[in-house]
Design a protein around this ligand. Structure first.
Ligand SMILES: [Zn+2]
Length: 454
């Protein structure tokens, strides 16, 4: 292992040197043109035309890191530029993200923690995650930032689109580092003590750093926020104790709901499975995660018994015309509840609040419908098992819909292609009797009645 791989330290430039170097580079026309030509491949429209101090996080807040950032750039000629990526996905294994949900406040002799979100949000888009009052987690932190660092707060910019699309041009970190050649200085700390951070450093940061140095002939300017000794403690993720009263107050605003729920023992709250901000109800023993095969899916975290309600399906009610006008990313999402009505998210944002639409199809499902609103377990569902229903249980006939999906479910009895009108397959009518959407259930029943009457 080379020296550089063992220590991220070698990537950092001392602040005063970095400022000098930045000013020098901004006066070299060839270098500036080279950077601009590289950036035109993936335009960073948000760039300011002055030397900037760049801090990029999923959500900015008023933690020790922000305090340090502010004190470091105070008195320099750098304009702060806080890039925010709330379009990123939430994961609690990432310290940075975890500490936006459970805040630790430093007091002289102790640490006090405050949970500000429901952690049943793994894999969700951060901007759609509510805080404990049902409002946006991003707004929660913006209130903290506004209070402590009003000047910095003004320089915050949502650059999710740019960040997330850079991944398609790969390696995305290279594009990020191109901002630190002549535009500004990136403030960061790569944590060699955290295995996850170290892997990120070796796989993404280091190769991009070397590549940027090769392309531009100069090093990206990265200034270290915390010292080695500071990095080894968890404290760099903490918040100043003096911020605690405000942080607590913000968890109690609009408090009618809070007062009511306080009458119940804490355990009852956990068992409700209600996700604040969500339009629907999801069984608390289920969670959404990546299937590794076809995007996200719903999984049982614990054993669920036959007959238990998995979801209460709620959301915007769409007619056929509205269904046909849905944007491409949610066009296949409607759950049909009548010949002309369906429940469906109308955008990616709404999809995040309607977790029932993450339930995938299987030709050997373990769930089916109860009426129009309930998705229920058709049999016991084991721990770790993916929750699935057969889309044929709700799809209209193909004269009414164009639905056609190649099936990858892998079940022995897989139909290979799932189509509108599959409810008409006699074998399925027997297997799923009682679990079709109510309107199909009625059609099937009327048909068999008319057959027996004939
Ligand atoms: Zn199948």
């Amino acid at each position: 292992m080379s020296e550089i791989e063992q220590s991220p330290e070698i990537l950092y430039t001392p602040l005063s040197e970095a400022i000098q170097e930045l000013n020098r580079r901004r006066r070299i026309p060839d270098l500036c043109r080279l950077v601009e030509s590289f950036q035109s491949e993936h335009p960073a429209h948000f760039l300011l035309d002055k030397p900037t101090a760049i801090l990029a996080r999923s959500i900015h807040s008023a933690d020790h890191e922000m305090v340090r950032f502010e004190s470091m750039i105070r008195g320099t000629e750098l304009t702060p530029h806080l890039l925010e990526i709330p379009g990123d996905l939430f994961t609690s294994v990432n310290h940075d993200k975890y500490r936006r949900g459970k805040l630790c406040f430093d007091f002289e002799t102790k640490v006090r923690s405050l949970r500000v979100m429901d952690f049943n949000c793994e894999g969700k888009i951060i901007s759609t995650i509510p805080d404990v009052t049902g409002r946006s987690l991003v707004d929660y932190h913006r209130a903290l930032l506004n209070d402590r660092h009003p000047a910095l707060s003004m320089h915050t910019q949502n650059v999710s689109d740019w960040f997330l699309s850079a991944g398609k041009i790969s390696p995305y970190y290279l594009h990020f580092l191109s901002l630190s050649i002549k535009n500004g200085i990136v403030f960061e700390n790569f944590l060699p003590h955290e295995p996850e951070e170290m892997a990120f450093f070796r796989e993404r940061v280091l190769p991009s750093f070397l590549e940027a140095t090769r392309i531009f002939g100069v090093r990206p300017l990265i200034v270290r926020l915390f010292s080695d000794a500071e990095e080894t403690t968890d404290k760099i993720w903490h918040y100043p104790g003096s911020l605690y009263p405000l942080a607590l107050k913000l968890t109690r605003r609009g408090n009618l709901k809070c007062n009511t729920s306080r009458k119940f023992p804490a355990s009852v709250k956990v068992q409700t499975g209600l996700i604040s901000g969500s339009m629907t109800w999801q069984h608390p023993k289920t969670s959404i995660r990546n299937t590794e095969r076809y995007g996200r899916g719903v999984f049982a975290n614990k054993r669920i018994k036959n007959g238990e309600i998995l979801f209460v399906i709620q959301g915007p009610l769409l007619n056929r015309l509205e269904e046909m006008a849905l944007p491409a990313e949610v066009i296949d999402k409607p759950i049909e509840i009548s010949p002309w009505l369906s429940i469906s998210p109308r955008s990616i944002e709404e999809l995040e609040a309607m977790p029932q639409h993450f339930v995938n199809h299987s030709c050997q499902p373990n769930a089916g419908f109860g009426g129009q609103m309930f998705l229920v377990a058709m049999r016991d569902i084991g721990r770790g098992e993916e929750v699935t229903f057969d889309y044929g249980m709700c799809l209209r006939s193909n004269s009414e819909t164009e639905f056609r999906m190649e099936c990858l479910c892998g079940a022995e009895n897989c139909r290979k292609v799932v189509m509108g009108g599959d409810w008409q397959i006699p074998e399925l009518q027997v297997r799923y009797a009682g679990y079709f959407q109510w309107y199909l259930e009625r059609r099937i029943l009327n048909k068999s009645r008319s057959i027996s009457n004939a």
